[in-house]
Design a protein around this ligand. Structure first.
Ligand code: PMP
Length: 396
C-alpha cells in the first residue's frame, strides 16, 4: 500500500454505470442501462473469414508491431470514407485510436492543465467526464435542447470564461439525450470557436446510425481554421471489442496527439487494425451499417411508441433521429436514482441510467437515459410497460 496517492486520484471514482452493471446479473432484470450495440448484428461470418486470412503464415505481420499512428491502409480507408461522407481529409490527418475513448484522454492531455476550464454540454457523455477527470479540469456547462448545444448560452459562457481552450460536444445523436445539433448552431459554434480561439472536440461515434432525416454537416467540415478535432469509432458500426477508433485533426494538432498516443500505448492492436482494413476492402461496410440503421431504427420506433402508450403524460422524452438512446424528463422533484433503487430495480425489474451522472456538476435528478439497441423487442415492450405501470402509481 502506498502512503498516499497522486492528487488526481481524488477525481478518479467508481461511476454510477459501474454500480449499475452489478445488477446486470439478475436474469429477470431488463436493462435499458448500457450503451452496447446488439451483438446479434455483428458481421461474424465476414469477420471470421477476415481473421482466418490474417492468421495465415504469409500474413504473420498482422501480429507484428506497426507504426504508432496506425496502419496506413486503415488510415487511408477512413480518410476515403469520411471524405465520401462530406468531411474531406487525407490519410495523414487520421490517427488510429484504441477506441474513441482514447481520443478523449489524449485530447484532454494535450489541452488541459489542472484547474483549466473545459466547456461541455449539460448533460454530456459520462465517459468524457471520466476521461477528463485525471487532468483535473473545472467545467463550464452549456444548456442543451432538442437542437443540440444552445449557442446563445455558449456565447454567454465564453464571455464569462476568457481564455478557455477546449470545448467538447457530441453533435450527432448525443449521448445521453439523443438530440442532434442543428446546422445553424454548428455554424455559430464554429464562429464562436474562431472568435475565442477554442479547440473543439467533436465526438461523433453514432453519426452513421441515422434512422431518418438528413445528415447535418460535421463541425470538422465547417471548420475554417483547423480548430476541430473529429473523433469517431468502429465500436457502433462494427464491433466495440475490436477497440478501434480514430480522430482527424489539422497537422499541428494531429502531430501532438500522435506523440501522446505513442506515449500512451505505442499503437493500437495490429490485428484489429488489419481486420478493420480488410473488412472495409473486402466486404461492404456501408451495407452493414444500413442493416444496423434498419434494425436500430425499428427498435427506436418500438421504444418511443411503447413509452407514449405506457408512461404518464407528465414524463417527457426526446425523439432521437439516430443513435442508441432516448432521454426521459420526469416532473420536477422526481428523483430517478431513488426511484430506480426503490421501485424500478426491485419491483419493475427494470434498469436505466439516472440522469444526474451525465451532468458535470451533478443535480438534475429528474432525468434518465434509456437504451434501445441492446434490448429485444419483447423486452422493450415488457420493460417499458412495467416501468410505465410503476411510474403511473408514483406520479398519480
Ligand atoms: N463517445 C461517445 C459519445 C460514446 O457514447 C462512446 C461509447 N459509448 C465513446 C465515445 C467511446 O466509445 P469507444 O471507446 O468504444 O469507441
Amino acid at each position: 500500500m502506498p502512503q498516499s496517492y497522486a492528487r488526481r486520484m481524488d477525481r478518479v471514482r467508481p461511476s454510477a454505470i459501474r454500480e449499475l452493471l452489478k445488477h446486470g446479473a439478475d436474469p429477470a432484470l431488463i436493462s435499458f442501462g448500457g450503451g452496447y450495440p446488439d451483438q446479434r448484428l455483428f458481421p461474424l461470418d465476414d469477420l471470421r473469414s477476415v481473421f482466418d486470412a490474417l492468421l495465415q503464415p504469409e500474413q504473420a505481420a498482422s501480429l507484428q508491431y506497426t507504426t504508432s499512428d496506425g496502419l496506413p491502409a486503415l488510415r487511408e480507408a477512413i480518410a476515403e470514407r469520411m471524405t465520401a461522407q462530406g468531411t474531406p481529409m487525407v490519410a495523414d490527418d487520421v490517427l488510429i485510436l484504441s477506441g474513441g475513448q482514447q481520443g478523449l484522454d489524449l485530447v484532454a492531455k494535450m489541452l488541459v492543465d489542472p484547474g483549466d476550464t473545459v466547456i461541455v454540454e449539460d448533460p454530456t457523455f459520462l465517459g468524457a467526464l471520466i476521461a477528463f477527470a485525471p487532468l483535473e479540469p473545472t467545467y463550464a456547462t452549456v444548456r442543451l435542447d432538442e437542437h443540440g448545444m444552445d449557442t446563445d448560452h455558449l456565447a454567454e459562457v465564453l464571455a464569462a470564461n476568457p481564455g478557455v481552450r477546449m470545448l467538447y460536444t457530441v453533435p450527432d445523436f448525443h449521448n445521453p439525450t439523443g438530440v442532434t445539433m442543428s446546422l445553424e448552431r454548428r455554424r455559430r459554434l464554429i464562429e464562436l470557436a474562431n472568435e475565442h480561439g477554442l479547440v473543439v472536440l467533436e465526438d461523433s461515434p453514432y453519426r452513421e446510425l441515422r434512422f431518418d432525416g438528413e445528415p447535418v454537416p460535421t463541425l470538422k467540415s465547417l471548420d475554417t481554421e483547423g480548430r476541430v478535432i473529429h473523433l469517431s469509432s468502429f465500436s457502433k458500426i462494427l464491433a466495440p471489442g475490436m477497440r478501434l477508433g480514430w480522430l482527424a485533426a489539422s497537422p499541428e494538432l494531429r502531430e501532438r496527439l500522435g506523440l501522446l498516443k505513442l506515449a500512451a500505448d505505442t499503437q493500437s492492436g495490429t490485428l484489429a487494425m488489419h481486420a478493420a482494413a480488410s473488412f472495409i476492402a473486402g466486404f461492404d461496410l456501408d451495407a452493414h451499417v444500413e442493416r444496423l440503421r434498419v434494425a436500430y431504427g425499428a427498435k427506436r420506433d418500438l421504444m418511443l411508441a411503447t413509452i407514449d402508450e405506457a408512461f404518464p403524460a407528465s414524463v417527457g422524452r426526446t425523439t432521437p433521429e439516430g443513435g442508441l438512446f432516448t432521454w426521459l424528463t420526469f416532473p420536477e422533484g422526481f428523483d430517478s436514482a431513488r426511484f430506480m433503487a426503490e421501485v424500478a430495480l426491485p419491483e419493475a425489474k427494470v434498469a436505466y441510467v439516472p440522469g444526474t451522472t451525465f451532468f458535470a456538476d451533478g443535480g438534475h435528478p429528474n432525468h434518465a437515459r434509456v437504451n434501445f439497441s441492446n434490448v429485444s423487442d419483447d423486452d422493450i415492450v415488457a420493460g417499458i410497460t412495467r416501468l410505465g405501470h410503476h411510474l403511473r402509481r408514483e406520479l398519480a
